[in-house]
Design a protein around this ligand. Structure first.
Ligand code: C2E
Ligand code: CA
Ligand code: CA
Ligand code: CA
Length: 278
């Protein structure tokens, strides 16, 4: 092997080699899955304070023939490092927009569809053009689509990020800040960027009904979002005590296992047919 600087030494430990091998395997398998329609989308409902379904979040799902289900926590980072995040996101957007159109035909009130966008997509690709093209192809209204982004978008080229977010807004899409409360960047972006929604991270929801400090931080986050005029959504709501606490303190919408796990498209149909509210 070539002589390496001291800082590279750690790359040759067996543990890291094993991790690197797994990544290569996942990458190769992902390429096949992307070519063969192997990625599916599950949908998790969001409800308002009266527990009426207002929309769904699209979440990528992948079951490999031999390896079985592979969770997003394993394949999303690989996709982000290899550039496969673009074709993967386009596959999710295409399925989610088509589902949105189908729900439109079957329901009186439209369901909002949210899709996650990785920060990597803001760096290189014409992501706005891709989203606009898919809206046109499927005929779904931009008003029905929300894009969920994380604070990492603001770590890179801020001017570029602002431009892209403004372009999305100009198309009529809504923008949500995902995982709010886990971040490391300054809060200044809340003023500078055109965000409609703040999603309070699950780490501020878990134990909110039991831990006074978690409760205090969650209340501060909700009140910050509300005073900036955002729609505030809580994620990871697992029990009624959490729902009630968050509702009492001003949360607008709720998402989590209490309401429903992420489910296939057909199961959303059943869920909507059975309950006006869940
Ligand atoms: P996220 O965007 O924060 O999505 C919420 C995650 O929390 C989902 O995990 C969901 O299944 C899970 N969850 C929802 N309610 C509850 C609850 O009550 N309790 C608990 N314990 N968990 C709950 P999932 O589907 O495994 O996705 C994990 C992450 O992977 C997502 O976090 C998102 O960052 C990423 N991801 C998934 N699909 C996509 C995608 O299509 N594109 C991108 N860029 N990222 C995606
Ligand atoms: Ca999300
Ligand atoms: Ca989230
Ligand atoms: Ca999260």
């Amino acid at each position: 092997a070539k002589k390496r600087g001291r800082n590279n030494f750690q790359f040759f430990t067996p543990e890291l080699n094993r991790v690197a091998d797994e990544r290569l395997n996942i990458e190769a398998a992902m390429r096949v899955a992307l070519d063969t329609g192997g990625f599916e989308v599950h949908y998790q409902p969001k409800v308002d304070r009266a527990r009426r379904v207002t929309g769904v979040e699209a979440l990528a799902r992948w079951t490999h023939k031999e390896l079985g289900p592979i969770t997003p926590d394993r394949f999303i980072p690989v996709a982000e490092e290899t550039g496969l995040i673009l074709p993967l996101t386009l596959a999710v957007l295409r399925q989610a927009f088509a589902a949105g159109q189908r729900w439109n035909r079957e329901r009186q009130s439209p369901l909002r569809v949210a899709v996650n966008l990785s920060a990597q997509l803001f760096l290189t690709d014409d992501i706005v053009g891709h989203v606009a093209g898919l809206l046109e192809q499927t005929g779904l209204s931009a008003r029905q689509v929300e894009l969920e982004i994380t604070e990492t978008v603001f770590l890179g080229d801020n001017d570029r990020a602002v431009t892209i977010l403004r372009d999305f807004k100009a198309l009529g899409l809504s923008l949500a800040m995902d995982d709010f409360g886990t971040g490391y960047s300054s809060l200044g972006y809340l003023r500078r960027f055109p965000l409609d929604t703040m999603k309070i991270d699950r780490s501020l929801v878990t134990d909110v009904e039991r831990e006074p400090e978690v409760a205090m931080i969650a209340r501060a986050a909700i009140s910050l979002g509300k005073s900036l005029g955002k729609t505030v959504v809580a994620e990871g709501v697992e029990n009624a005590a959490q729902f009630d606490f968050l509702a009492l303190h001003g949360c607008d919408e709720f998402q989590g296992y209490l309401l429903s796990r992420p489910v296939p498209e057909a199961a959303i149909d059943e869920l909507l047919a059975q309950h006006a509210a869940i």
